[in-house]
Unconditional design. Structure first.
Length: 193
């Protein structure tokens, strides 16, 4: 990609290769995420069968990360080709593509950082003993986590609710699990809405 395709893209789009680093960053993110994803399957295999809540949470995080990676890979591989194989010269919507690819790279990185963080913590955000993990994590500082797609952040009093694209669900800001709209607390980590 760096030696052949990037040079060709630079010539066709009339942009210096230094302005095309976002393509290399996207491919590097794909490679890193595939490596992480490979090991998540081993992690999932060894999750104890009796810890159903942890397994569901793990599968949810893994699925979100995997679908984000697939969107990034599709954009990087398929959509990029249309800008490389064109003979018409610079494309007018190349800057829109740059913004889209950089955004997908960032979102995918966030999904995988959340997944790795959860695995490093032994999926401790999941309530397995009937106590709220919110009590345990209340002393930690709240960090902004990657949301779901184009969802909007709700300004509830606790500030802990994310509304997803799907109006029938809301995403927990604590663990990102998609809950039914009628739920007042996260079904996975019991963090209040």
């Amino acid at each position: 990609m760096q030696t052949v395709q990037l040079e060709k893209l630079s010539d066709i789009q009339c942009q210096p290769e230094s302005q095309l680093k976002f393509v290399i960053e996207a491919w590097q993110q794909i490679v890193e995420c595939r490596r992480v994803l490979k090991w998540t399957y081993a992690y999932g295999y060894y999750l104890p069968e009796h810890e159903q809540a942890k397994r569901q949470f793990f599968e949810y995080l893994q699925g979100e990360a995997e679908s984000g990676l697939e969107r990034l890979h599709q954009c990087t591989e398929k959509e990029l080709q249309s800008y490389i194989v064109t003979t018409e010269g610079p494309s007018k919507d190349f800057n829109d593509f740059r913004t889209k690819l950089a955004g997908l790279t960032s979102v995918t990185r966030n999904y995988f950082e959340n997944l790795v963080r959860a695995l490093e913590n032994g999926l401790s955000d999941v309530d397995t003993h009937g106590t709220s993990s919110r009590d345990v994590s209340s002393s930690k500082t709240s960090k902004s986590r990657g949301g779901r797609g184009k969802g909007t952040i709700s300004s509830k009093s606790s500030g802990s609710t994310r509304i997803s694209d799907d109006a029938a669900h809301w995403s927990c800001d604590h663990c990102t699990y998609a809950n039914y709209k009628s739920a007042t607390a996260c079904q996975m980590c019991h963090h209040r809405r």
